[in-house]
Design a protein around this ligand. Sequence first.
Ligand code: FE2
Length: 655
Amino acid sequence: MIILSRQKISIKTILFGSFIIILSILFAIILLFNNIYQENQMEIQRELILKNAVMHAYTLAEIKYDAVLNRDLDEEMAKEHVKEALLGEKLEDGTRTMDSNYSLGENGYFIIYSSEGEEIAHPRLEGQNVYNVTDSLDDSVYIVQEQIELAKNKGEGYYYYNWEYPNNPEKIGKKICYVKYFQPWDWVIVATTYEKDLKVYFEESKKSFLYTAILIVLIIIPLVSYIYKKITNPLFKLNRKMQHFSNNMEVPNIDCSTKIKEISEIESSFNNLSEELLAYIEELQGLNEEIENLNSENSAIIDKMNLLLDETSDILDFDNEKDFLKEVFDNLYSLIPEAYSGVLSVLEDGRVKYISSKNLDIEKLNALNLKTDEYITYNNVFTSKNTKTVKQDALSEEKNNSLNSLLSKKNESLYIPINGNNKQVGNLIFHTTGNDVFSKESFRIAVYYSKLISLFLKFEDMNEFQNNVQRQIIISLIKMMEYHDTYTKGHSQNVANLAEDFSRFLGYDKEFLNRIYWAGMVHDVGKIIIPQDILNKPGKLTYEEYELIKNHPVYSFEVLNEIDNLKDISYIVKHHHERIDGKGYPDNLKDKEIPIESKILCLVDTWDAMTRNRSYRKALSIDSAKKELIKNKNKQFDSKLVDYFLEYIKSNEPL
Ligand SMILES: [Fe+2]
């Protein structure tokens, strides 16, 4: 299979090839036209040569004839003069020397006939009559006859015929004649020659034209290559230079030097333009880099800002001081890029406790088992290369060695105190390694975080205070209620404790236990609204009185629901008198509609009421109370809860 090359041809090749082709075509056309022209010219010249020769001969005859008329010459003499002029002197053998005044080519000569066919003058046959010839010259008779007739009838004219060459009879050539009749002497003057004999001159002329043309071509080719070198070469180089620049954005080392003004100007303009362009591109790249750097700096700052904001808003989500401090420590480590190692420590129970660390062995640190008074604390955020947080003088040599080996890689330290409740409770400390130092930005972040820690700790203190206040208010409320309803004295505390303990037995979490404890504490708080004489009535209650008492869970709910922290509890309390069979109050909820906390509360509330002495009745025995619970399975109480509760009671019974 032939694979055709798809290589691109350069314009240089096309131009040069086209030039050669056009030159060759032009050259061929010129030669062709020259040939045609020469042929035409030859024809005309050939005929003119013969005609002129005959005309000269005719004029000579006229001159000689005039001389005869003037008696200056004898007629025979006059004729002989003309014959000698045309064919040379006559030799003894009757032939002529052919030493003619006229050139009619190699085989050309004059002949003079009489109108009767006599050879008046002839190179060889002078004196003979053509019409008497009966041998091989037969054809010549007709030719002579025709020539004589042409001369006599038309006066003069051309005559053509074919005849063998005298020195080569096998070769036939075209002969051309001009004939003219000179009437005074009855002469038919004929000039004859072979066409080819006269061509030689023109062939020479054609050759000289060919040589001239070749010479011109030979001059044109170096001229063109000179022009090519001087004009196109630098143009192509310039083009290559421009293409290289456009592809690679750099000016190549291509020399386009030329003496041609315009090309030099283009090159110089291109050089200036490319330099300006490169400078502009460089400037743009610089700007671009700056923008990219700014962008990455900005996004880093935004990330840090987001983390700081998250941290600030997360304060409320941490209820554990150590978790919060660990989170702060991790975040600071990621926000301070110079930090290589670090540790978070708190002062607790007279000891230094290391909570979290980066690139420091926390187990070895805690193994130091430092006491609070062996520890040095500072109030502010600062950076230093020789910060000490431990009174090394007070430590044993072993502990000092261990501490020094732990901190062997540190260069600069960043110290952040943890200040809570007017005293320092710990610190965060970060170290750089090698020659690294902390940046101003990292220092600012550290300061921000130290304030955040303080805020958290104060907030936590405040929260604790608030919780204590709330607790005290609730306890006061319960005491007021117990004064109000003497039957329930100590009952709320009992229910709270039992509900919490039973829930722990069931496996609920700390939050659930806390919730059910407080629900137990406040479950009957609504009774404070029920008139005291109804609550403390020793006898049987009327229907109306009972209906009034049945409102106490709703009253409890309405009071507690007003306090944000007690909203969850308020719903538990509201339904602590609902029954599985839906016959409870206030909303007649059934089984799964009742909150699990309310179900537990209902059970332990009843249990406590049954098993404790009241002023108006004695407590039931444990067994009777158990039977009561079993009897009310799936009626008042959740069946499974009763089973669990019985298990719970059993596990708490003395062996
Ligand atoms: Fe109650």
